[in-house]
Structure formats: C-alpha cells, structure tokens
Design a protein around this ligand. Sequence first.
Ligand code: MN
Length: 248
Amino acid sequence: MRPIIGITSDYNGGDRPEFGGKIATCFLRDRYVHAIETTGGIPLILPPLDLPSRSARLILDRLDGLLLTGSGPDIDPALYGERRRFRFKTIDPKRFSLERELVRYALKREMPILGICGGMQLLNVAAGGSLYQDIKNQVPKAMQHQRGGKPAHLISVKPGTLLSKVMKRDELRVNSAHHQGVKQVAAGYRVNAEAPDGVIEGIEAVGHPFVLGVQWHPEFLNPDDRSTILFKAFLKIAARYRKNETQR
Ligand code: MN
C-alpha cells in the first residue's frame, strides 16, 4: 500500500500589511508533491488551521508520514528566545502552530518525519533548539549558502547516522537555498551532516525510526539518484508505520 504523506503548506495571511491586503492563500510548490508521488507515496497537502491543537492528532490518524516543507519566510526568532536582528519576513503564526502540534504528536507515535530546509529548522526550534538568523552575518568565514536549486557545495555525512545509512555516502553534493541554519541543536537531536564551513546541513532525532531534517532541497534534485533514495527510504518507513498501526 502506498503510504499517505501529509505535506505542510505555506500561508499568506491576507490581512497582514506586508501582503498588501491580498486574499489569504494556502500554497505549496508542486516539487514536494511530485517528489512524494513519483517515489511511491500519496501526497496530501495540509493547510494551516485556526485550531491546530484540536486538529493535529485527528489529522495524524489519517497519515503515515509527515513532510515539513521550507518556504521563503523564516521562523520568528521569538520562538527560540531571540529578538529579530536582521530584516526578514517571518512565517505566519498559523502555519508554525500547526506544524509544531503535528511534530509533537508525530514524535510521540513514532511516525516518520522528513523536514526539508525550513522544515528541518522547524524540527529544531519545535524541540527547543535555536537558529542563526543570518549565516552571512553570524557565522565567521561561512561560504555562500544562497545559491538556488542547483548543486552548490559538498557536505560530509557523519558515519553511524540514519542519514549515512540511507544515503550510503560519506560526502554528497547538494544544493543550497538558505540564509539561516541550525545554531544550538535541540536536545534529543544530533547533527548528521555539515558543510565544509561547519554549517549544519542535517539533523536527526536520536532513537527514533525516522525523524530526519536536511538543510538542502532533495525535491529540487529529484529524480537524481541520491534524492530518490532519500524519499524512498522515508516512504519505506512510512509504509512500515502504517502496517504496525493497522496491526495494533
Ligand atoms: Mn547549504
């Protein structure tokens, strides 16, 4: 059975002044949907909701895996105890609240989670970690990480990690479309990949079947072989999760 993967979507609150009074919109780049569909899953787009704490568990009951996506805006630094030090847009609180609730309960039931780019940053912040608000300004000698969807830099994959088991490589060439990154890794997580400048390119939950965050965008590279392998590994664990849930 094809596993059903909930994919979090982005949200423009139309009433916020920065959107110029436009109509509120839920949206998502099709690449995420396409990557899940072409590697064997059924994608289901999850819109931000007004009552996430009441809805999260009911939504998860119908899912086999959770894909946390990235987006243009960043997580509000107040959510990791900092004031905003640079100019950037922040994601709508509605979106963050739903994602935080989904992650909380998905972790509890050992549902597999894949966090991509901002989705990895969300995993870290939701668990109490922090972010660099701007790599260029805050990481000495950092390389350029805002380089779009094409392969841009190498990362080293730490041996013995879930990522290393999935990718079967010590080194990967990845794309890089981020200006923020993980600073303090949250308790319960560990780093599984780093760029040559020390910027964290992947984290994973310790002692969990599959909670993986990657700072790059495998859905841009798909169907290049390593990206396909990453999505297929995620879907395999999601299918196993479904089987266990059904038998319970
Ligand atoms: Mn990068």
